[in-house]
Ligand binder design. Structure first.
Ligand code: CO8
Length: 263
């Protein structure tokens, strides 16, 4: 299939098995207008469907990952239009359908919907000048794309309350210390390249096991520990029905590199 042309995104496959999406609406600091979200959904769906892609990296520019939902678009929105047209419903699609690992590489502003989008990543990497925050309180609203839930899970209730109730930003350093992000890099380029390298590594493994890893870790966010461990065990048992399990363990036994079949 020919690659679709996007107005607000740059999409490529820069490394084997790695899908790369860059938000590209520089004049509005990558504010997430509806057309951008629709394109992002399309690009992610395309990579989800592409057999050769094993992991995806999403980034913005060095100045802004995304400065939030588009305030100018929302300014005159009414309750009946927001509710009637299911405003932001397309956002929830972003994570629920995506079974492949998504790494968000965050440089500059990740505010409001931008912070929420960053947190939809399975792994978050930050550059030195990344700025996280949920400033919705300053606009007379609340986070609307999962921020109150994901931020609280990531950094704990007291810190999330403080962030959301004051609208104050979280620096890259703080985000690293609080575990909101997995790593903080020294430069924006290192952040993006680090994300691409991690995605390449993930994509080099058997995709069945990768998919199962993501599935069981995500379950931990929803299930109690006992149900979660049981769920993990069911999936673990299931992997002995895959060819990749035979390939991986046989290769280890004869000191060879496994050649995954993704079956
Ligand atoms: N929406 C629309 N336009 C924006 C946004 C935005 N969120 N952020 C920046 N822009 C535009 C500015 O209006 C400006 O445009 P113009 O040149 O036409 O005036 C351009 O981007 C550059 O911005 P600034 O001149 O303000 O740049 P600065 O470097 O001075 O400041 C800031 C950068 C601090 C990031 C500042 O732009 C800012 O505070 N932006 C708004 C941040 C914010 O409040 N974000 C939260 C939005 S609300 C939200 O996301 C709710 C999510 C709900 C769920 C999802 C619903 C879709």
């Amino acid at each position: 299939a020919s690659a679709p042309q996007y107005e607000h995104l740059i999409v490529s496959t820069p490394k084997p098995g790695v899908g790369f999406i860059q938000l590209n609406r520089p004049r509005a600091l990558n504010a997430l207008c509806t057309p951008l979200i629709i394109e992002l959904n399309q690009a992610l769906r395309q990579f989800q469907a592409e057999k050769s892609v094993g992991a995806i990296v999403l980034t913005g520019s060095s100045k802004a990952f995304a400065a939030g939902a588009d305030i100018k678009e929302m300014k005159d929105l009414t309750f009946s239009r927001a509710y009637g047209d299911d405003f932001i419903e397309s956002w929830s699609d972003l994570v629920t359908f995506l079974k492949k690992p998504l790494i968000t590489a965050i440089n500059g502003y990740a505010l409001g919907g931008g912070c929420e989008l960053a947190m939809m990543g399975d792994i978050l990497y930050a550059g030195p000048k990344a700025v996280f925050g949920q400033p919705e309180i300053k606009l007379g609203i609340i986070p609307g794309a999962g921020g109150s839930q994901r931020l609280t899970k990531a950094i704990g209730k007291s810190r999330a309350m403080e962030t959301i109730l004051t609208g104050e930003n979280i620096s890259a350093k703080q985000a690293g210390e609080w575990g909101l992000v997995a790593k903080v890099f020294d430069t924006p380029d290192e952040c993006v390249n680090g994300a691409l390298a991690t995605a390449e590594k993930i994509a080099s493994y058997g995709q069945i096991a990768v998919k199962a890893c993501k599935e069981v870790v995500n379950k931990s966010q929803e299930l109690g520990i006992r149900e979660g461990v049981e769920y993990e065990r069911r999936v673990f048992h299931g992997l002995f029905g895959s060819q990749d399990q035979k390939i991986g363990m046989s290769a280890f036994a004869v000191k060879m590199k496994p050649e995954w079949k993704n079956e």
